[in-house]
Design a protein around this ligand. Structure first.
Ligand code: COA
Length: 167
């Protein structure tokens, strides 16, 4: 059975493996170089300090994927906007894990009184675009050729989910 729960520090090596495989083999994230465990620990610590949750999907002790929300941008006026992340291990894709990882971050954003969630998605990533649209995200921006990876230009889309909360 697949369960979704809050991530713990000892999940970080598996979360890192999933992320680094995505860096190495896809344009879903725009980094070129794999991240280190130290970088992941620092990221996790920052999320915890700011009160932003990280969720994992787990099956028999194996982490299949993760999702999280974090700040959209630094200046204070962005305080009611968050950006989301969702990643599933290559061997577990297409089994509904992404769908399980979305509701907890949407609920968390509501609990944190956020007004909107933004997803930055590579324009060629049909699965992620489909996943986010399924949860009500709407495309609001399409940036042309802002990334360059694997010898080609990458377009980035922003999708947005508005939430009812206002300050
Ligand atoms: C994108 C990703 C998170 C989706 O997770 P997943 O577990 O593979 O997806 P699921 O099996 O839960 O499928 C969820 C939904 O995706 C959408 N989807 C799947 N394949 C699709 C396709 N070819 N075209 C459009 N939408 C598609 C559908 O809405 C599907 O739900 P449905 O089958 O009930 O209609 C995962 O594939 C992944 O991590 N990919 C690599 C990294 C990545 O792209 N991360 C997102 C960065 S923005």
């Amino acid at each position: 059975m697949i369960t979704v729960r809050l991530a713990m520090e000892n999940d970080l090596p598996q979360i890192l493996d999933i992320y680094n495989d995505i860096i190495r083999n896809t344009t879903a994230v725009y980094y070129y170089e794999p991240h280190t465990l130290e970088m992941r620990k620092q990221w996790f610590e920052e999320r915890k300090q700011k009160g932003f949750p990280v969720f994992v999907a787990e099956e028999e002790g194996v982490i299949l994927g993760m999702s999280s929300i974090g700040p959209f941008r630094v200046p204070t006026a962005y305080q009611f906007s968050v950006e989301n992340t969702v990643h599933v291990a290559a061997h577990a894709r297409g089994r509904g894990v992404g769908k399980l990882l979305m509701p907890p971050i949407i609920d968390a954003a509501k609990e944190l009184k956020m007004h909107t969630i933004i997803a930055g998605i590579d324009a060629s990533n049909e699965v992620s675009l489909g996943l986010h649209k399924r949860f009500g995200f709407v495309e609001v921006a399409h940036f042309k050729e802002v990334g360059f990876k694997f010898d080609r230009w990458l377009d980035l889309k922003f999708l947005q989910l508005m939430l009812p909360q206002s300050p």
